[in-house]
Design a protein around this ligand. Structure first.
Ligand code: NAD
Length: 432
């Protein structure tokens, strides 16, 4: 049976609510009202985009934008192009964005967008038309102080540039004033207001988290520690390259077509070359490289697995077979709530998505700050500030994890959801 990620998100919210309730005994009614608001997104938008194909035909694509919560700042979250996108997946991803921005304590709420499409079936021109149409759909829903979208699975800096331009065109057409078009989207090309370091930020933030985790255990040497990475796109490939450069041993990687494994270790730079030239990592075959499935990759005898593709890959069906000591969630929602409990009971640490992949939204935040200031930072500044925010968030989560003996996701949610609820109560929209 298909696991619904939004059901997971709601189950996680109820779990953390049960931990937080005792803190709000003096404002019980207001707490319950705030919680009730968090159970549903503030806004849900759905449309059908009609695109002229190169052969003259018209194709229709379902598209969504979900705005979950904005009490701590503008809605923030990526746009996904994937044939498996559903309304509930986008709702779940938007909800997780609210928690992620609160974990990092950056001034945003949560949002997400998606289009039901396999972009590999489109030509460059069709992809541009689709992205510009989605930009027009967003035009009256977003803004630098309202909702700031970014890339996610199968979208990138070029697509953000097309969307930004389409929104600006729509504003011009309707006579609306756009104060600062560059601050409408993040993850843009550097030549159009993008931030140095945004491309690699998710992978790099994952490395910062990994290093911070390792420092909790002085006996764990980084050198040669085997890592398996599922998904070799933006998040996975940058993470693998940085891990390799720091002396970790990347022994397995995969993409939608399958995976490769060698205990001797891979060179992620060479694997990326191969993926760029042939379309998949599975074509990388020098030496004794074994072909494996995505399911096998997760159960390899490695120290660390980094799921960096899609949701629900570690479930109650395979959690008992995981051999790694650490799961670093570069993807959003790769571990289900049931699997969380199994892993916790087995002493396996899962660093949740809301922290492990928060490097992306954090540098998006830096990009937005730079756009508002009209002042570009250096990569070094971006890098230093990212590391500082990741370390702060990690230490906060780890302290709660150890102190309260709860798994890392609940520890991260404990402070994040509390921050969001406190902001709601401070605003005073609820009666006691
Ligand atoms: P991407 O499109 O760049 O790469 C996705 C990768 O996953 C590709 O290599 C693809 O082949 C692979 N893949 C797709 N389906 C797969 C499957 N069924 N099994 C194994 N591999 C599969 O996307 P991305 O931006 O790297 O995003 C990956 C994950 O990271 C998503 O969950 C996304 O939400 C999350 N994330 C990304 C960012 C970011 O800045 N890009 C930030 C935070 C979180």
């Amino acid at each position: 049976m298909q696991i619904n990620p939004y059901h997971n998100a709601l189950e996680q919210l109820e779990h953390v609510a049960s931990l937080l309730r005792p803190l709000y005994t003096k404002r019980e009614a207001a707490f319950e009202q705030a919680l009730q608001r968090l159970r549903r997104p503030d806004h849900f938008y759905e449309t059908t985009l009609e695109i002229a194909m190169d052969n003259g035909s018209i194709r229709r694509f379902t598209a969504y934008r979900v705005q979950h919560n904005n009490v701590r700042g503008p809605y923030k979250g990526g746009i996904r192009y994937h044939p498996g996108v559903t309304a509930d997946e986008v709702r779940a991803l938007a909800t997780w964005m609210t928690w992620k921005c609160a974990v990092m304590d950056i001034p945003y709420g949560g949002g997400k967008g998606g289009v039901v499409v396999d972009p590999r079936t489109l030509s460059e021109n069709e992809l541009r038309r689709l992205s510009r149409a989605y930009g027009r759909f967003l035009a009256d829903k977003i803004g630098p102080w309202v909702d700031v979208p970014a890339p996610d699975v199968n979208t990138n800096a070029q697509i953000m540039a097309w969307m930004m331009d389409a929104v600006q065109e729509e504003y011009d057409r309707t006579g609306r004033n756009v104060e600062n078009p560059f601050a409408l989207f993040t993850g843009k090309p550097v030549a159009l207001g993008g931030s140095p370091g945004r491309d690699e930020a998710t992978g790099l933030g994952g490395i910062d988290v990994l290093e911070r985790w390792r420092k909790q255990f002085t006996n764990i040497e980084r050198s040669g520690l085997p890592i398996a990475v599922q998904g070799f796109g933006n998040a996975g490939s940058w993470f693998a390259r940085h891990a390799h450069q720091r002396g970790y041993k990347v022994v397995a990687v995969s993409d939608s077509q399958g995976g490769i494994y060698t205990p001797a270790g891979l060179d992620p730079f060479a694997v990326l070359d191969c993926k760029q030239q042939t379309g998949s990592v599975v074509n990388y075959q020098p030496g004794a490289v074994e072909r494996i499935s995505n399911e096998q990759l997760l159960e390899l005898p490695v120290a660390i697995i980094a799921p960096a593709a899609l949701e629900n890959v570690i479930t109650s069906s395979n959690a008992a077979n995981i051999q790694a000591r650490l799961i670093l969630e570069l993807a959003n929602g790769p571990v289900t709530p049931k699997a969380d409990m199994i892993l916790f009971d087995r002493g396996i640490t899962a660093i949740p998505d809301v922290l492990a992949n928060a490097g992306g939204v954090t540098v998006s935040y830096f990009e937005w700050v730079q756009n508002i200031q009209a002042y570009r930072w250096t990569r070094k500044t971006v890098r230093k500030r990212l590391e500082a925010l990741v370390n702060r968030a990690f230490d906060e989560m780890w302290h709660i994890h150890v102190d309260r003996s709860i798994h890392c996701r609940m520890a991260a949610y404990y402070s994040a959801v509390r921050r969001v609820i406190d902001a709601m109560l401070l605003r005073g929209g609820f009666e006691d």
